[in-house]
Design a protein around this ligand. Structure first.
Ligand code: MRU
Length: 351
């Protein structure tokens, strides 16, 4: 079978869509076929498909294939988009892509146009990854021991990734880095996925439990922290995987630069208040034990333990040293002054 697009975790043409099941990694590399938008929703909700850009792209391809095959009417298309929108609430990329499709519906695009546009979105994400990773690598150029959280690489995007893309290019420019990988409880995207990607890239890494990061910083063993984002607000506040806020506070205390890498497709043009960002609450069994893929039956807490399981947290701008997008690097001063070309560029991502 020939595909129009193939990456480490995504393959598709006009009729077939296959994704690598991220709940089974790193021990099993199993591709699954997504036949309908409803199946895409299930994959997104159980994290077989995850990562802010990747969720939106799988939704886009699945939706456009369904349109191509079924020629639904406007009402059916809007309902399908609404269902996809509700699959996971925090990453704004999905919302942004759905708005683009709603515009296509308004503009009466043909069924095959929908698929072409979805394919363009995938190619666009790949190109954005390449650009921001080069900018991010420049930020990292004088740092050697780099800590990252969650998974922000090829599994989370259509390209080389965001923060992990920057690490990848930094290593290609000068192969002298070492990465501290936060395991990222509760669903271990760092321990399961980032380790797997770094291994494939032959980038030296050491896996740590999340509660080990602070003492490494105290011992001056971390030079730079770099993460991705699921939502970026005009103020520079960002939302990312739970644990990001703690790392940012620690970075500030230890005077370690803290960088966020995200494309403009992760910018939220509508929200200004941190408190308005929808934070996904996930089920208790993920905290009572380990609950993903084959190991989903591991449980260590009493079955009736009360739990708190927000999947994301927010980092305020004063804790962030650099923001990197496809447009380049921005400092705190760049985004807070209300004049200047850097400010204009930052602002244009939200218009
Ligand atoms: O719950 P996940 O695994 O979808 O969370 C992913 C993250 O938080 C990533 O850091 C974020 O999506 C940026 S990835 C390019």
């Amino acid at each position: 079978m020939s595909f129009l697009f193939e990456s480490l975790s995504l393959k598709y043409n006009q009729t077939e869509l296959h994704v690598l099941d991220q709940t089974l990694l790193p021990h099993e590399e199993k591709w699954i076929s997504i036949q309908t938008p409803d199946e895409a929703i299930i994959c997104i909700q159980n994290l077989q498909v995850r990562g802010a850009p990747f969720i939106s792209l799988v939704a886009a391809i699945s939706f456009s294939q369904w349109v191509l095959e079924n020629s639904p009417n406007e009402e059916q298309m809007l309902q399908c988009l609404q269902n996809l929108y509700e699959s996971r609430p925090t990453a704004v990329n999905l919302e942004n892509i759905i708005k683009r499709f709603k515009n296509f519906i308004q503009n009466k695009l043909t069924s095959s146009d929908f698929f072409d546009r979805a394919h363009q979105m995938v190619l666009e994400d790949k190109a954005l990854c390449e650009k921001m990773s080069h900018h991010g690598a420049e930020v990292l150029s004088t740092y050697y021991n780099i800590l990252t959280h969650c998974n922000t690489g090829q599994l989370a995007t259509a390209g080389i990734g965001t923060a992990l893309g920057a690490i990848n290019i930094r290593q290609q420019n000068s192969p002298d880095i070492h990465v501290w990988v936060d395991e990222t409880r509760p669903l271990l995207q760092g321990g399961r996925l980032t380790t797997w990607e770094l291994g494939k890239l032959h980038i030296p890494y050491t896996l740590i439990c999340d509660n080990m990061a602070a003492s490494l910083m105290y011992q001056s063993k971390v030079d730079h922290i770099i993460i991705g984002a699921d939502r970026v607000l005009p103020s520079g506040a960002i939302t990312n995987k739970i644990g990001s806020y703690g790392l940012a506070v620690l970075a500030k205390h230890h005077n370690i630069p803290f960088t966020v890498v995200a494309p403009s497709t992760t910018c939220d043009k509508n929200l200004t208040e941190i408190s308005d960002i929808p934070i996904e609450q996930r089920p208790p069994h993920e905290v009572r034990g380990f609950a993903i893929g084959k190991d989903s039956k591991i449980s260590w807490a009493p079955v009736d333990s009360h739990t708190h399981n927000p999947s994301f947290d927010t980092v305020p701008p004063e804790l962030i040293s650099y923001w990197v997008t496809e447009h380049g690097r921005f400092s705190n001063q760049d985004i807070s002054e209300s004049t200047g070309s850097k400010y204009q560029l930052w602002n244009s991502q939200f218009s």
